[in-house]
Design a protein around this ligand. Structure first.
Ligand code: GLP
Length: 241
């Protein structure tokens, strides 16, 4: 595990953006595993700047996203497909046909099977970017009694619904279910980049990095990955941790 502790969100975005950019430069046809949430937005801005300055070429890049809310179509501004288009894909020369997000509108059982097969057919993920839920979730793998393996549907916990409600007009609007890549798929990525910012992530991050490996804190399994980089700011990773 490699831990990069930086002062603030701006620095985190720069460092995470640079690691993603390096992946694309070193392997132009990378399969990137991408994440939503507010944390990766700054890193995506750095990628857009890299494209605009002519340093980054996304032509051969493919991407698979971690998750999607059930019931939302890609044109819904609250959907993760919309988020990815808005925050990254619309601003770089990626072939959108080769960017994949689980469908929130398809029949869930079949979509889970299709998504796992799709990732397999791409040859797996080269670099998986992960944010961290306040309860230690990754993707939408919520605390549970087992580590779910493949893509599956999940009932969101009350704490996740509350945390994500800041992005909706009201908490009632937050979908109660989501479809997410499973832990095995995430752990099979060749490299993982976990980013965490802000004091409200400190407890989950500390447990994830130094606590027991348990499905009650899904991110704790990342300790077993052989190529994990963590970029966290001072608020998320106080020196005392
Ligand atoms: C959502 C996403 C996660 C993300 C988490 C944290 O629940 N499904 O992939 O890591 O939010 O989001 P934020 O970065 O906004 O704190």
């Amino acid at each position: 595990m490699r831990i990069i502790r930086v002062e603030n969100y701006e620095e985190l975005s720069k460092r995470a953006g640079a690691l993603l950019a390096a992946q694309i430069t070193l392997k132009p046809n990378s399969v990137l595993g991408l994440a939503t949430g507010t944390t990766p937005i700054g890193a995506y801005e750095h990628l857009i700047q890299g494209y605009e300055s002519g340093d980054l070429d996304f032509r051969a890049v493919q991407s698979v996203n971690l998750d999607e809310y059930e019931g939302l179509s890609g044109s819904d501004p609250q959907s993760y497909r919309y988020f990815m288009n808005d925050k990254l894909f619309d601003h770089v020369n990626i072939d959108k046909e080769r960017t994949f997000v689980p469908s929130g509108r398809a029949e869930a059982g079949a979509e889970c099977v299709r998504y796992d097969e799709l990732i397999e057919s791409l040859g797996g993920v080269d670099l998986q970017l992960l944010g961290l839920g306040r309860n230690g979730h990754i993707g939408f793998n919520e605390p549970s009694d087992v580590f779910p393996a493949g893509t599956h549907t999940v009932a969101l916990t009350e704490s996740t619904i509350q945390a994500n409600s800041r992005l909706f007009a009201k908490a009632e609007d937050v979908p109660r279910h989501a479809i997410t890549m499973g832990i095995r798929t995430i752990m099979r990525a060749k490299k993982i980049l976990l980013i965490a910012s802000g004091a409200d992530k400190a407890e989950a991050l500390k447990s994830a990095l130094y606590g027991p490996i348990t499905p009650q804190l899904p991110a704790s399994i990342l300790q077993l990955h052989s190529d994990l980089t963590v970029v966290a700011d001072a608020a998320a990773l106080p020196e005392a941790a």
